[in-house]
Design a protein around this ligand. Structure first.
Ligand SMILES: CC(C)(COP(=O)(O)OP(=O)(O)OC[C@H]1O[C@@H](n2cnc3c(N)ncnc32)[C@H](O)[C@@H]1OP(=O)(O)O)[C@@H](O)C(=O)NCCC(=O)NCCS
Length: 165
């Protein structure tokens, strides 16, 4: 597994995973292209044998004390082996490096796997957005992490797990 910064040339591979992972509410190519190019974003990919097998994105505007986990997905064949957690931790490490205090995210109420991952890193529910995900009519669970507490709990080896750039 190699985690590296995403580049514009990763768009097609990321979008293939996006459509497979979020069949009813995938972002458009244009939205993802904007995300990858945004100065406020930080996107990474997980490569396996030279192929993109996962991606994740953070939005953390310069100087802001809060940030958002925008997205995270691992190819179906590669799930359940710690890769999602590794990408999430990489995003949180970058958010901490940028001086963020709190990280927010939205997750579908019918996605217990992702909720379990987030809860296990210390996120907790702070609200619900009814019928946020359309056309499925599914609520969004809004979760928040106290990033200073998370950072303090990391072992040095996890903190040092850098991302190739
Ligand atoms: C959510 C997702 C990124 C997790 O990635 P992953 O590599 O499969 O997850 P990991 O192997 O790192 O597991 C991390 C934690 O997720 C949870 N998890 C993973 N697979 C699970 C399963 N089959 N059932 C329940 N919980 C599960 C567990 O809490 C797990 O921790 P544990 O191994 O200590 O029990 C992945 O399932 C995915 O891409 N899903 C589709 C896209 C998606 O839903 N993205 C989230 C949008 S908010």
């Amino acid at each position: 597994m190699t985690v590296r910064a995403a580049v514009p040339a990763d768009l097609d591979a990321i979008m293939a995973l996006e459509r497979a992972s979020f069949p009813t509410d995938a972002w458009s190519d244009a939205m993802m292209r904007e995300e990858l190019a945004s100065p406020h974003g930080w996107y990474i990919v997980d490569e396996v044998a030279g192929r993109v097998a996962g991606y994740a994105g953070l939005r953390a505007a310069r100087g802001a004390k809060d940030a958002d986990v925008q997205t995270i997905a691992i190819a179906e064949a590669s799930r359940g082996r710690g890769r999602g957690r590794a990408l999430l931790r990489a995003l949180l490490t970058e958010a901490a490096r940028r001086g963020v205090n709190e990280v927010f995210l939205e997750v579908r109420a019918d996605n217990p796997v992702a909720q379990s991952l987030y809860a296990s890193e210390g996120f907790h529910e702070v609200g619900r957005r009814p019928r946020y995900y359309q056309p499925d009519d599914v609520d969004a669970v809004v979760m928040k992490l106290d990033l200073r507490g998370w950072s303090a709990a990391q072992t040095p080896s996890a903190e040092d797990a850098g991302v190739c750039t």
